[in-house]
Design a protein around this ligand. Structure first.
Ligand code: AMP
Ligand code: MG
Length: 396
Protein backbone atom coordinates (compact mmCIF):
# COMPACT_ATOMS: atom_id res chain seq x y z
CA UNK A 1 0.00 0.00 0.00
CA UNK A 2 1.23 3.47 -0.80
CA UNK A 3 1.54 6.23 1.79
CA UNK A 4 -0.66 9.31 2.11
CA UNK A 5 2.15 11.49 0.76
CA UNK A 6 2.66 9.23 -2.27
CA UNK A 7 -1.08 9.20 -2.92
CA UNK A 8 -1.24 13.01 -2.66
CA UNK A 9 1.54 13.31 -5.25
CA UNK A 10 -0.23 10.86 -7.57
CA UNK A 11 -3.50 12.78 -7.17
CA UNK A 12 -1.83 16.10 -8.02
CA UNK A 13 -0.13 14.48 -11.04
CA UNK A 14 -3.62 13.84 -12.43
CA UNK A 15 -4.51 17.54 -12.54
CA UNK A 16 -4.34 18.92 -16.09
CA UNK A 17 -3.09 22.42 -16.91
CA UNK A 18 -5.78 24.72 -15.64
CA UNK A 19 -8.28 26.38 -17.91
CA UNK A 20 -8.76 30.08 -17.43
CA UNK A 21 -11.43 32.65 -18.05
CA UNK A 22 -11.80 36.42 -17.97
CA UNK A 23 -14.01 37.80 -15.19
CA UNK A 24 -14.92 41.26 -14.00
CA UNK A 25 -13.33 42.52 -10.79
CA UNK A 26 -16.66 42.15 -8.98
CA UNK A 27 -16.50 38.40 -9.59
CA UNK A 28 -12.79 37.88 -9.00
CA UNK A 29 -12.57 37.66 -5.19
CA UNK A 30 -10.78 34.48 -4.10
CA UNK A 31 -10.05 33.48 -7.70
CA UNK A 32 -6.50 32.64 -8.75
CA UNK A 33 -4.80 35.03 -11.12
CA UNK A 34 -3.15 32.89 -13.82
CA UNK A 35 -0.81 35.41 -15.42
CA UNK A 36 0.95 38.55 -14.18
CA UNK A 37 -0.86 41.84 -14.73
CA UNK A 38 1.14 44.92 -15.69
CA UNK A 39 0.17 48.37 -14.46
CA UNK A 40 0.95 50.33 -17.67
CA UNK A 41 0.42 53.56 -15.75
CA UNK A 42 1.87 55.41 -12.79
CA UNK A 43 -0.16 55.86 -9.61
CA UNK A 44 -0.58 58.61 -8.78
CA UNK A 45 -0.25 59.61 -12.46
CA UNK A 46 0.91 63.10 -11.38
CA UNK A 47 2.37 64.56 -8.21
CA UNK A 48 -0.73 65.00 -6.09
CA UNK A 49 -1.49 67.08 -3.05
CA UNK A 50 -1.85 64.92 0.06
CA UNK A 51 -3.68 67.64 2.02
CA UNK A 52 -5.98 70.62 1.66
CA UNK A 53 -3.71 73.66 1.65
CA UNK A 54 -1.62 76.05 -0.43
CA UNK A 55 1.00 75.16 -3.04
CA UNK A 56 4.15 77.22 -2.66
CA UNK A 57 7.54 77.41 -4.36
CA UNK A 58 10.37 76.16 -2.20
CA UNK A 59 11.96 79.65 -2.02
CA UNK A 60 8.71 81.03 -0.56
CA UNK A 61 8.37 78.38 2.13
CA UNK A 62 9.40 80.74 4.90
CA UNK A 63 7.45 81.31 8.10
CA UNK A 64 5.54 84.63 8.17
CA UNK A 65 5.98 85.31 4.44
CA UNK A 66 2.80 86.52 2.74
CA UNK A 67 1.93 85.18 -0.71
CA UNK A 68 -0.66 86.24 -3.27
CA UNK A 69 -3.40 83.74 -4.09
CA UNK A 70 -3.54 83.33 -7.88
CA UNK A 71 -5.62 80.20 -8.52
CA UNK A 72 -7.12 76.95 -7.36
CA UNK A 73 -6.33 73.27 -8.02
CA UNK A 74 -8.90 70.63 -7.01
CA UNK A 75 -9.12 66.86 -7.54
CA UNK A 76 -9.87 66.36 -11.22
CA UNK A 77 -9.21 70.04 -12.01
CA UNK A 78 -5.56 71.03 -12.05
CA UNK A 79 -4.27 74.62 -12.24
CA UNK A 80 -2.54 75.08 -15.52
CA UNK A 81 -0.54 78.24 -14.79
CA UNK A 82 3.08 78.81 -13.93
CA UNK A 83 3.59 79.84 -10.31
CA UNK A 84 5.87 82.88 -9.87
CA UNK A 85 7.81 83.80 -6.72
CA UNK A 86 5.50 85.32 -4.09
CA UNK A 87 2.44 83.49 -5.41
CA UNK A 88 0.42 80.57 -4.10
CA UNK A 89 -2.39 78.32 -5.39
CA UNK A 90 -5.21 76.97 -3.25
CA UNK A 91 -4.67 73.20 -3.60
CA UNK A 92 -7.03 70.46 -2.40
CA UNK A 93 -6.33 66.82 -1.56
CA UNK A 94 -5.90 64.74 -4.72
CA UNK A 95 -5.30 67.72 -6.99
CA UNK A 96 -2.26 67.76 -9.29
CA UNK A 97 0.21 70.17 -7.73
CA UNK A 98 1.09 73.11 -10.02
CA UNK A 99 4.29 72.72 -12.08
CA UNK A 100 7.49 73.47 -10.16
CA UNK A 101 5.83 73.17 -6.76
CA UNK A 102 7.47 70.88 -4.22
CA UNK A 103 5.44 71.67 -1.13
CA UNK A 104 1.88 72.19 0.04
CA UNK A 105 1.37 74.16 3.28
CA UNK A 106 -1.62 72.73 5.11
CA UNK A 107 -4.54 75.13 5.47
CA UNK A 108 -4.37 74.96 9.28
CA UNK A 109 -0.92 76.64 9.11
CA UNK A 110 -1.86 79.79 7.19
CA UNK A 111 -3.88 82.91 7.91
CA UNK A 112 -6.05 84.20 5.08
CA UNK A 113 -6.81 87.83 4.39
CA UNK A 114 -8.60 88.13 1.05
CA UNK A 115 -6.02 87.01 -1.53
CA UNK A 116 -3.14 87.49 0.95
CA UNK A 117 -2.00 84.18 2.43
CA UNK A 118 0.45 84.34 5.35
CA UNK A 119 2.42 81.20 6.31
CA UNK A 120 1.81 81.83 9.99
CA UNK A 121 3.25 78.62 11.47
CA UNK A 122 6.70 76.97 11.33
CA UNK A 123 7.15 75.34 7.90
CA UNK A 124 8.19 71.88 9.10
CA UNK A 125 9.58 69.04 7.02
CA UNK A 126 6.40 67.54 5.61
CA UNK A 127 6.00 68.32 1.88
CA UNK A 128 2.36 67.04 1.82
CA UNK A 129 2.79 65.79 -1.75
CA UNK A 130 2.40 62.24 -3.07
CA UNK A 131 5.02 62.02 -5.82
CA UNK A 132 4.03 60.61 -9.23
CA UNK A 133 4.36 56.80 -9.20
CA UNK A 134 4.74 56.67 -5.39
CA UNK A 135 2.23 53.79 -5.13
CA UNK A 136 3.27 52.00 -8.35
CA UNK A 137 4.90 52.85 -11.64
CA UNK A 138 3.84 51.64 -15.08
CA UNK A 139 6.46 48.85 -14.84
CA UNK A 140 4.76 47.35 -11.76
CA UNK A 141 3.34 43.82 -12.10
CA UNK A 142 0.95 41.92 -9.86
CA UNK A 143 2.51 38.45 -9.87
CA UNK A 144 0.76 35.14 -10.58
CA UNK A 145 -0.39 32.69 -9.38
CA UNK A 146 -2.08 34.66 -6.65
CA UNK A 147 -5.36 34.18 -4.81
CA UNK A 148 -7.05 37.55 -5.22
CA UNK A 149 -7.93 39.43 -2.02
CA UNK A 150 -10.18 42.50 -1.67
CA UNK A 151 -7.07 44.72 -1.61
CA UNK A 152 -5.77 43.08 -4.81
CA UNK A 153 -9.04 43.98 -6.54
CA UNK A 154 -8.64 47.64 -5.58
CA UNK A 155 -5.04 47.52 -6.81
CA UNK A 156 -6.09 46.00 -10.16
CA UNK A 157 -8.78 48.65 -10.49
CA UNK A 158 -6.20 51.40 -9.80
CA UNK A 159 -4.10 49.80 -12.55
CA UNK A 160 -7.12 50.38 -14.82
CA UNK A 161 -7.92 46.70 -15.41
CA UNK A 162 -11.70 46.11 -15.34
CA UNK A 163 -11.30 42.35 -15.83
CA UNK A 164 -8.76 39.68 -14.87
CA UNK A 165 -7.66 36.34 -16.20
CA UNK A 166 -8.32 33.67 -13.54
CA UNK A 167 -8.38 29.88 -13.32
CA UNK A 168 -11.78 28.28 -14.01
CA UNK A 169 -13.38 26.66 -10.97
CA UNK A 170 -13.30 22.88 -11.48
CA UNK A 171 -16.74 21.29 -11.82
CA UNK A 172 -16.98 18.52 -9.25
CA UNK A 173 -19.63 15.79 -9.53
CA UNK A 174 -20.51 14.27 -6.14
CA UNK A 175 -22.03 10.79 -6.41
CA UNK A 176 -23.24 8.90 -3.35
CA UNK A 177 -23.55 5.16 -3.90
CA UNK A 178 -25.46 2.62 -1.83
CA UNK A 179 -28.83 0.84 -1.71
CA UNK A 180 -29.22 1.96 1.91
CA UNK A 181 -28.99 5.68 1.20
CA UNK A 182 -31.71 8.30 1.12
CA UNK A 183 -31.43 12.05 0.76
CA UNK A 184 -32.19 14.16 3.87
CA UNK A 185 -35.90 14.90 4.22
CA UNK A 186 -36.96 11.50 2.88
CA UNK A 187 -38.85 8.77 4.75
CA UNK A 188 -36.26 6.13 5.59
CA UNK A 189 -37.21 2.46 5.92
CA UNK A 190 -35.85 0.78 9.06
CA UNK A 191 -32.80 -0.43 7.10
CA UNK A 192 -31.99 2.88 5.44
CA UNK A 193 -29.67 5.75 6.43
CA UNK A 194 -29.35 9.30 5.21
CA UNK A 195 -26.65 10.34 2.74
CA UNK A 196 -24.69 12.80 4.86
CA UNK A 197 -21.01 13.12 4.03
CA UNK A 198 -21.82 14.46 0.59
CA UNK A 199 -23.08 17.69 2.20
CA UNK A 200 -19.78 18.19 4.04
CA UNK A 201 -17.89 17.61 0.80
CA UNK A 202 -20.18 19.98 -1.09
CA UNK A 203 -19.54 22.70 1.50
CA UNK A 204 -15.78 22.10 1.57
CA UNK A 205 -15.68 22.35 -2.22
CA UNK A 206 -17.66 25.59 -2.22
CA UNK A 207 -15.32 27.05 0.41
CA UNK A 208 -12.32 26.09 -1.69
CA UNK A 209 -13.67 27.71 -4.85
CA UNK A 210 -14.88 24.68 -6.83
CA UNK A 211 -18.26 24.30 -8.53
CA UNK A 212 -19.76 21.17 -6.91
CA UNK A 213 -22.98 19.44 -7.86
CA UNK A 214 -24.69 16.62 -5.94
CA UNK A 215 -25.94 13.91 -8.31
CA UNK A 216 -28.81 11.53 -7.49
CA UNK A 217 -27.77 8.58 -5.33
CA UNK A 218 -26.64 5.55 -7.36
CA UNK A 219 -27.91 2.13 -6.26
CA UNK A 220 -25.42 -0.70 -5.84
CA UNK A 221 -25.95 -1.93 -9.38
CA UNK A 222 -23.69 -1.80 -12.40
CA UNK A 223 -26.47 -0.15 -14.45
CA UNK A 224 -27.02 2.67 -11.96
CA UNK A 225 -23.31 3.35 -11.54
CA UNK A 226 -22.68 3.34 -15.30
CA UNK A 227 -25.60 5.72 -15.80
CA UNK A 228 -24.52 8.23 -13.15
CA UNK A 229 -20.93 8.25 -14.40
CA UNK A 230 -22.25 9.05 -17.89
CA UNK A 231 -24.43 11.81 -16.41
CA UNK A 232 -21.42 13.31 -14.65
CA UNK A 233 -19.42 13.22 -17.88
CA UNK A 234 -22.26 14.85 -19.84
CA UNK A 235 -22.51 17.56 -17.16
CA UNK A 236 -18.87 18.39 -17.96
CA UNK A 237 -17.31 17.29 -14.67
CA UNK A 238 -13.61 18.01 -14.27
CA UNK A 239 -13.53 15.86 -11.14
CA UNK A 240 -15.89 12.95 -10.48
CA UNK A 241 -16.12 11.93 -6.82
CA UNK A 242 -17.86 8.70 -5.90
CA UNK A 243 -18.68 8.03 -2.27
CA UNK A 244 -18.93 4.48 -0.95
CA UNK A 245 -18.58 1.09 -2.60
CA UNK A 246 -14.83 1.52 -2.75
CA UNK A 247 -13.73 -1.63 -0.88
CA UNK A 248 -13.75 -5.12 -2.27
CA UNK A 249 -16.99 -6.44 -0.71
CA UNK A 250 -19.69 -8.07 -2.87
CA UNK A 251 -21.56 -4.76 -2.96
CA UNK A 252 -18.53 -2.61 -3.68
CA UNK A 253 -19.02 -2.00 -7.35
CA UNK A 254 -17.29 1.33 -7.91
CA UNK A 255 -13.84 0.04 -8.98
CA UNK A 256 -15.27 -2.25 -11.71
CA UNK A 257 -17.62 0.56 -12.83
CA UNK A 258 -14.69 2.95 -13.20
CA UNK A 259 -12.80 0.26 -15.16
CA UNK A 260 -15.76 -0.21 -17.50
CA UNK A 261 -16.02 3.55 -17.91
CA UNK A 262 -12.44 3.66 -19.19
CA UNK A 263 -10.79 5.22 -16.16
CA UNK A 264 -7.06 4.52 -15.88
CA UNK A 265 -6.41 3.74 -12.25
CA UNK A 266 -3.62 5.61 -10.51
CA UNK A 267 -3.91 3.80 -7.17
CA UNK A 268 -6.38 1.90 -5.00
CA UNK A 269 -5.85 1.60 -1.23
CA UNK A 270 -3.51 3.64 0.90
CA UNK A 271 -1.79 3.07 4.25
CA UNK A 272 -4.10 5.34 6.19
CA UNK A 273 -6.88 5.40 8.78
CA UNK A 274 -9.60 6.30 8.13
CA UNK A 275 -9.84 5.96 4.35
CA UNK A 276 -7.85 2.89 3.36
CA UNK A 277 -9.95 2.02 0.25
CA UNK A 278 -9.39 5.38 -1.45
CA UNK A 279 -8.89 5.16 -5.20
CA UNK A 280 -7.95 7.65 -7.91
CA UNK A 281 -7.61 7.65 -11.66
CA UNK A 282 -8.28 9.63 -14.80
CA UNK A 283 -9.92 9.46 -18.18
CA UNK A 284 -8.52 12.12 -20.49
CA UNK A 285 -8.47 15.38 -18.51
CA UNK A 286 -11.16 14.17 -16.06
CA UNK A 287 -10.08 13.06 -12.59
CA UNK A 288 -11.92 10.29 -10.71
CA UNK A 289 -11.68 9.97 -6.96
CA UNK A 290 -13.37 7.05 -5.20
CA UNK A 291 -13.91 7.93 -1.54
CA UNK A 292 -14.86 5.43 1.16
CA UNK A 293 -18.47 5.74 2.29
CA UNK A 294 -18.04 6.08 6.03
CA UNK A 295 -18.84 9.71 6.75
CA UNK A 296 -15.65 10.56 8.61
CA UNK A 297 -13.45 8.66 6.14
CA UNK A 298 -14.99 10.53 3.22
CA UNK A 299 -14.50 13.92 4.85
CA UNK A 300 -10.93 13.19 5.98
CA UNK A 301 -10.04 11.99 2.46
CA UNK A 302 -11.75 15.12 1.15
CA UNK A 303 -9.37 17.29 3.18
CA UNK A 304 -6.25 15.29 2.33
CA UNK A 305 -6.84 14.51 -1.36
CA UNK A 306 -9.87 16.18 -2.94
CA UNK A 307 -9.25 19.76 -1.79
CA UNK A 308 -5.56 19.68 -2.84
CA UNK A 309 -6.68 18.51 -6.32
CA UNK A 310 -9.17 21.40 -6.46
CA UNK A 311 -6.59 23.94 -5.30
CA UNK A 312 -4.11 22.73 -7.91
CA UNK A 313 -6.85 22.87 -10.59
CA UNK A 314 -7.42 26.47 -9.46
CA UNK A 315 -3.79 27.21 -10.22
CA UNK A 316 -2.63 27.47 -6.60
CA UNK A 317 0.84 26.33 -5.57
CA UNK A 318 0.70 25.48 -1.83
CA UNK A 319 -2.16 23.04 -2.08
CA UNK A 320 -1.57 20.41 0.62
CA UNK A 321 -3.00 20.80 4.14
CA UNK A 322 -0.53 22.64 6.34
CA UNK A 323 0.48 20.75 9.48
CA UNK A 324 1.43 22.59 12.66
CA UNK A 325 2.95 21.32 15.89
CA UNK A 326 0.91 20.94 19.08
CA UNK A 327 1.53 19.46 22.54
CA UNK A 328 -0.56 16.51 23.67
CA UNK A 329 -2.87 17.00 26.64
CA UNK A 330 -2.89 13.25 27.35
CA UNK A 331 -0.75 10.21 26.50
CA UNK A 332 -1.51 8.16 23.36
CA UNK A 333 -0.72 4.47 22.80
CA UNK A 334 1.60 3.39 19.96
CA UNK A 335 0.28 3.84 16.42
CA UNK A 336 -0.11 1.09 13.82
CA UNK A 337 1.06 0.22 10.31
CA UNK A 338 -1.20 2.86 8.74
CA UNK A 339 -0.98 6.63 9.26
CA UNK A 340 -3.86 7.59 11.55
CA UNK A 341 -5.60 10.94 11.15
CA UNK A 342 -7.35 11.16 14.54
CA UNK A 343 -10.20 13.53 15.20
CA UNK A 344 -9.02 16.00 17.82
CA UNK A 345 -9.52 19.43 19.29
CA UNK A 346 -6.74 21.98 19.77
CA UNK A 347 -6.63 25.19 21.73
CA UNK A 348 -4.17 27.98 21.29
CA UNK A 349 -2.95 30.51 23.83
CA UNK A 350 -0.26 33.12 23.25
CA UNK A 351 2.33 30.68 24.60
CA UNK A 352 1.13 27.19 23.70
CA UNK A 353 -0.92 25.08 21.33
CA UNK A 354 -2.35 22.00 23.02
CA UNK A 355 -4.39 19.18 21.53
CA UNK A 356 -6.67 16.42 22.78
CA UNK A 357 -7.55 13.41 20.66
CA UNK A 358 -11.13 12.22 21.14
CA UNK A 359 -11.63 8.80 22.76
CA UNK A 360 -14.06 7.72 20.06
CA UNK A 361 -12.32 7.39 16.69
CA UNK A 362 -14.96 5.32 14.86
CA UNK A 363 -15.02 6.50 11.25
CA UNK A 364 -18.81 6.58 11.16
CA UNK A 365 -19.26 9.13 13.96
CA UNK A 366 -20.24 12.54 12.69
CA UNK A 367 -20.85 13.96 16.18
CA UNK A 368 -17.15 13.47 16.95
CA UNK A 369 -16.15 15.00 13.61
CA UNK A 370 -18.40 17.99 14.28
CA UNK A 371 -16.61 18.55 17.62
CA UNK A 372 -13.16 18.25 16.02
CA UNK A 373 -11.23 21.26 14.80
CA UNK A 374 -8.18 19.34 13.61
CA UNK A 375 -6.83 15.98 12.52
CA UNK A 376 -4.03 14.69 14.72
CA UNK A 377 -1.49 12.70 12.68
CA UNK A 378 0.00 9.51 14.01
CA UNK A 379 2.61 8.56 11.40
CA UNK A 380 3.07 4.90 10.40
CA UNK A 381 4.39 2.85 13.36
CA UNK A 382 4.48 5.90 15.64
CA UNK A 383 5.67 5.03 19.14
CA UNK A 384 3.64 5.72 22.30
CA UNK A 385 3.30 9.39 23.25
CA UNK A 386 3.41 11.08 26.64
CA UNK A 387 1.48 14.05 27.92
CA UNK A 388 3.22 17.15 26.50
CA UNK A 389 4.84 15.37 23.53
CA UNK A 390 4.79 17.22 20.22
CA UNK A 391 2.51 15.96 17.44
CA UNK A 392 1.50 17.28 14.03
CA UNK A 393 -2.06 18.49 13.61
CA UNK A 394 -3.95 19.69 10.57
CA UNK A 395 -6.60 22.30 11.42
CA UNK A 396 -9.89 21.60 9.60
P1 AMP B 1 -19.22 1.61 1.78
O1 AMP B 1 -17.91 2.34 1.56
O2 AMP B 1 -20.15 1.76 0.65
O3 AMP B 1 -18.98 0.21 2.17
O4 AMP B 1 -19.90 2.32 3.01
C1 AMP B 1 -19.32 2.31 4.31
C2 AMP B 1 -20.33 2.83 5.29
O5 AMP B 1 -20.59 4.19 5.00
C3 AMP B 1 -21.66 2.12 5.26
O6 AMP B 1 -22.12 2.00 6.59
C4 AMP B 1 -22.54 3.06 4.46
O7 AMP B 1 -23.87 2.93 4.81
C5 AMP B 1 -21.99 4.40 4.84
N1 AMP B 1 -22.16 5.35 3.76
C6 AMP B 1 -21.88 5.18 2.45
N2 AMP B 1 -22.13 6.25 1.73
C7 AMP B 1 -22.60 7.18 2.60
C8 AMP B 1 -23.06 8.53 2.47
N3 AMP B 1 -23.08 9.15 1.27
N4 AMP B 1 -23.45 9.17 3.58
C9 AMP B 1 -23.42 8.56 4.79
N5 AMP B 1 -23.02 7.30 4.96
C10 AMP B 1 -22.61 6.60 3.90
MG1 MG C 1 -21.90 0.96 0.01
Amino acid sequence: MITVEQAQTLCLDLVPTNRSETVSLERALGRTLVEPVKANRDQPPFSASAMDGYAVLEGDAVQNSTLKLVGEAAAGHGWDGELAAGQTVRTFTGAPVPRGVQRVIIQENVSVNGDQITLSEPIGSNLNIRPQGADFTKEFQLSAPRCLTPADLALLAAMNHPTVHVACPPKVALISTGDELLMPGGNPNPDQIIASNVFALHAMLLETGAEPHIFPIAKDTAEDLDAVLRDAENWGADIVVTIGGASVGDHDLVAPALDRFGVTRSFHKIAMRPGKPLMAGSKGPTIFLGLPGNPVSAVVCGHLFLLPIVRRALGQTDVLPIGVTAQLNAPLPAGGPRAHYMRARFEETTTARRVTAFDKQDSSMLTVLADANCLLLRPIDDGPKEDGDAVTIFPI
